[in-house]
Design a protein. Structure first.
Length: 220
């Protein structure tokens, strides 16, 4: 499962087509982004699965990608980061996976390569170091053994929390270069926690937000 993006995502989906692969996109299912992946996405719609929470006709906007990343993290048993710069969106997906109790894995790289700095930091912070596919299988084995099916009546559709410019203005107006607790932002904004989290994810992906120990955030 991945986000049908250029590079690693595309290679992963192509390699898994025969056994089944899932793509989560940030646009409507009838929109192909990036355009060069249209043949792959069409093939996945037949041989695999393509998922989106956006209605048909929706173009991919920057605010949709953090929401897409949370779906990838939530649907997967684990998240493997192959290559990531220090402020990469892949690191947001990895952090979400950790928050959801999923396994976080990373492929190490040269400390001199900026594209490997994100992965190396994840490993330093406790992610599982991955050198081969066997390492991934070993890391996910406990999850596979302990999976249990939920009762058919136990599923409750998640509540939708659409956010607009008004909500973004409220949350961003509560931020400053001085770190503040996330719970305090939720309390002062009077918005749903899910909406606040989504707005902060958008800001983080845009490079405007820093996260600190103790669940605190600040404007960059």
């Amino acid at each position: 499962m991945s986000g049908l993006a250029r590079g690693i995502d595309t290679a992963a989906h192509r390699g898994a087509l025969a056994s089944g692969t899932i793509g989560v996109v940030a646009s409507g299912l009838d929109i192909f982004y990036p355009p060069e992946n249209e043949p792959l996405q069409r093939e996945m719609q037949v041989r695999g699965l393509v998922v989106s929470e956006q209605p048909p006709g929706t173009e991919p906007h920057a605010r949709h990608f953090p929401a897409r990343n949370r779906i990838i993290a939530g649907l997967s048993l684990g998240t493997l980061v192959v290559e990531a710069a220090p402020k990469s969106g892949s690191l947001i997906t990895a952090r979400l996976a950790g928050d959801y109790g999923r396994e976080v894995m990373a492929v190490p790289g040269s400390p001199l390569d900026p594209r490997a700095q994100g992965c190396n930091q994840l490993i330093r912070d406790g992610a599982t170091l991955i050198q081969s596919a066997a390492d991934v299988a070993e890391a996910l084995q406990p999850f596979g053994r302990n999976r249990v099916a939920a009762p058919a009546d136990a599923f409750t559709p998640p509540e939708s929390h659409d956010v607009g410019d008004r909500e973004r203005g409220i949350v961003l107006g509560l931020l400053s270069p001085i770190p503040v607790a996330l719970d305090e932002i939720i309390r002062q904004s009077s918005l749903a926690p899910a909406a606040v989290h989504l707005i902060l994810l958008e800001a983080e992906l845009a490079g405007r937000l820093d996260r600190h120990a103790g669940g605190r955030v600040s404007l960059r």
